[in-house]
Design a binder for this molecule. Structure first.
Ligand code: FMN
Length: 205
């Protein structure tokens, strides 16, 4: 299972629309996608943090469990003021706790992002890569998928219609699947589960 995290909370988010499109771009025989919400997480507060993971806030426990069980993560990085959104950074901070029990250690992660302007979230993704060095996650190095002028990439129904963007996302997910395979091989584990024929992914979060 690959869990998708959307760095934007707004209902009309282009990043969420992009993540919804991924399971249509990548064949369901290749992997299954879930959508884990970060909206319910409290703001990180060290007073809520505890060495006992079972005593963390309930929403944090549930989030950490989903992240921990995932074969890999696909993060859609909304760019605010040339950095990743606060809500996404907050989610990463919670996932990394409690100390020594990070759900992100060795986790294969791919970054993607779409923004209104020309930058296409490249600066935010770069900052996030730096943050993820601290969590010892395995981040896909290439391709780097930064999608600028996002309004032109979607149709009125929010479907990603830009062929180049769809191809870039396909190549990114293939790279993530290879990284998951090599990570599992290093651990002596199995390849990620392909979707069972009638399985539906979770509702977009
Ligand atoms: C506070 C704030 C700061 C922003 N800063 C940037 C920025 O630095 N670079 C950029 O390309 N877009 C920036 N934007 C525009 C976002 O890319 C745009 O709102 C985008 O639609 C957010 O992603 P979403 O559609 O998934 O919500 C900013 C938006 C907000 C609200």
């Amino acid at each position: 299972m690959i869990e998708a995290l959307c760095g934007s909370l707004r209902a009309g988010s282009m990043n969420r629309a992009l993540l919804s499109e991924v399971s249509r771009i990548v064949p369901s025989t290749a992997c299954r996608f879930g959508h884990v919400s970060i909206a319910e997480l409290p703001l990180y507060d060290a007073d809520l943090d505890t060495p006992d993971a079972d005593a963390l806030p309930q929403s944090v426990q549930e989030f950490r469990a989903r992240i921990g069980a995932a074969d890999g993560l696909l993060m859609a990085v909304a760019e605010y003021n040339r950095g990743p959104s606060g809500v996404l950074k907050n989610a990463i901070d919670w996932a990394s706790r409690p100390v020594g029990r990070s759900a992100l250690a060795d986790k294969p992660i791919a970054l993607v992002g779409v923004s209104m302007g020309p930058a296409g979230t490249g600066r935010a993704q770069l900052q996030l890569r730096q943050n993820l060095l601290s969590t010892a996650s395995r981040v896909v190095e290439a391709p780097v998928v930064t999608l600028g002028f996002g309004a032109k990439l979607f149709d009125a129904r929010g479907r990603l219609v830009d062929a180049e963007a769809r191809e870039s996302i396909s190549r990114l997910v293939q790279a993530l699947l290879r990284l998951i395979d090599s990570t599992n091989a290093a651990k002596g584990g199995a390849a990620p589960d392909p979707a069972p024929p009638a399985a539906a992914s979770d509702a977009a979060g």
